[in-house]
Design a protein around this ligand. Structure first.
Ligand code: AMP
Ligand code: GLY
Length: 446
């Protein structure tokens, strides 16, 4: 099966990841029309923003029918965890329209830490040792923390989705036991009614991205994410303050271990368990002295990693979607530039704590500013720099801040310093009240 030669696409989401997808999709000669729901001020230069809530499935269905959509691409995890794929499959009017993303069951690989750990253990995927605790075995959980099966620092994870905040790493045993109780009492709401205690893995993290049609797979460029707000990886966790691809320590030898020990057993597991998985798998890995171990699966692309992964892919993305959607991924080729991509995220003052929105953004490169009307043109910045919008909106014809992460400024260069320098130069020319970015993206990799 194939998609029509040219297609209408509906892309769900509104962040930097979705702007990067929209930018890449807009470059395809196979695109007829792109809609982004709800999108942001930047996605308007790649397609048409649709005022739709990605979790309102009946509204999505109506939109898909009204606009002759041929393919739905899901950016964030929430609609997948909520079953958007199943919603399509269970409705005869839209069943034939492929959704890029896993079923609700398969999305539990991200939606439940315990499900993911049990999957890894069934399929021999290397990961940290773990123990699952609920209210019923809290004393056992406390005893496990005190046993010689784990050492400090103690890793406690809320089982469910907690917007990236559900992981605690604690040095002191008594504190860890108290936090375990607090989590089970609802510290992270329903997400922490179950808690996974994990062995602490020490090493350096790398994000590996895999496209799959459920049978075969393609490994996409890897990336390193910068999660903490402060330079030198200090301060609270954020959604991600920057990313670099390729990652120098992800050598061909290391990536071959990732392929044979992690990607292959994961895909085999998906196949054997007959999970409906047509989409992207984001594998968060720890490089433990050259040995890869899985920290987590995500059932979508990363943000801001997508803003460095997609600019390195030189082949057509609609062809890739076709392979994913129709079980023909094996026949597809993904080509990648060896150049380095770096993205630097500009955030709102106060983020990841409370912050204000609505500040006008000045100095955006002309082509990345919102197009006057409907337009199929590709948003690109100057030269090798692309300003992806993350949390922006249009207010009275002006682009304003509308989220914690505001922009992701990506550059391609011949080295990490060349790519980051180009992004920092562009960022200097962009102003809004409270603008902050980390100045050390990529520095640890030199
Ligand atoms: P997660 O939500 O699972 O991605 O965890 C958030 C962050 O906590 C990860 O990106 C790691 O930096 C850290 N982390 C999670 N699990 C472990 C572990 N077992 N050992 C060390 N660090 C971890
Ligand atoms: N950058 C990490 C994530 O997308 O979850």
């Amino acid at each position: 099966m194939k998609l029509p030669q040219t297609v209408n696409i509906l892309l769900l989401g509104s962040g930097g990841r979705e702007h990067a997808f929209a930018w890449k999709i807009a470059q395809s000669p196979r695109l007829e029309k792109l809609f982004i729901a709800p999108g942001n001020a930047g996605t308007r230069s790649c397609g048409v923003n649709a005022d739709l809530d990605p979790s309102n499935f009946p509204a999505i269905k109506q939109f898909v029918l009204n606009n002759y959509i041929n393919l739905v691409v899901v950016g964030p995890e929430q609609p997948l965890v909520d079953g958007v794929k199943d919603y399509f499959l269970n409705d005869s009017e839209i069943r034939h329209i492929p959704v890029i993303g896993p079923s609700q069951e398969a999305a539990r690989l991200e939606g439940s830490k315990e499900y993911a750990k049990a999957f890894m253990s069934r399929h021999g995927v290397p990961t940290a040792a773990y123990f699952t605790v609920t209210k019923d075995n809290v004393e056992e959980g406390c005893a496990f923390l005190a046993s010689d099966k784990v050492q400090a620092p103690y890793v406690l994870k809320a089982d469910g989705l907690a917007a990236g905040k559900g992981v605690l790493i604690i040095d002191d045993l008594a504190e860890a036991q108290a936090e375990l109780r607090a989590m089970l009492e609802g510290k992270f709401g329903a997400a922490s009614k179950k808690v996974v205690i994990e062995e602490f893995l020490s090493g350096i993290e790398v994000s590996v991205f895999v496209a799959t049609d459920g049978k075969s797979y393609k490994i996409l460029p890897e990336a390193k994410d910068y999660k903490r707000i402060g330079e030198g990886d200090t301060g609270p966790n954020t959604g991600g303050m920057g990313a670099v691809s390729p990652v120098p320590f992800a050598t061909p030898e290391f990536m071959e271990k990732v392929r044979t020990r992690i990607v292959e057993p994961t895909i085999r597991g998906i196949r054997e368990e007959e999970l409906d998985y047509t989409g992207f798998i984001f594998i968060g890995l720890m490089n433990c002295g050259g040995e890869p171990k899985v920290i987590e699966y995500n059932v979508r692309m990363g943000d801001p990693e997508t803003e460095v992964v997609l600019p390195r892919i030189t082949s057509d993305i609609i062809d890739l979607f076709e392979g994913i959607a129709h079980g023909t991924l094996e026949e597809k080729t993904v080509t990648v530039t060896p150049r380095t991509a770096a993205t630097v995220v500009c955030v709102s003052g106060g983020y990841p704590g409370a912050y204000e929105k609505g500040f006008p953004i000045e100095g955006l490169p002309a082509s990345a500013a919102p197009a006057a009307g409907e337009s199929g043109e590709v948003a690109a910045g100057e030269g090798d720099t692309i300003v992806f919008h993350a949390g922006t909106a249009l207010k009275g014809g002006e682009t304003v801040t509308a989220g914690g992460r505001v922009l992701a400024v990506t550059s391609l260069g011949d080295s990490i310093p060349a790519a980051t320098a180009a992004s920092y130069k562009t960022i200097e020319g962009i102003t809004y009240e409270g603008k902050y970015c980390r100045r050390d993206i990529g520095r640890d990799l030199l």
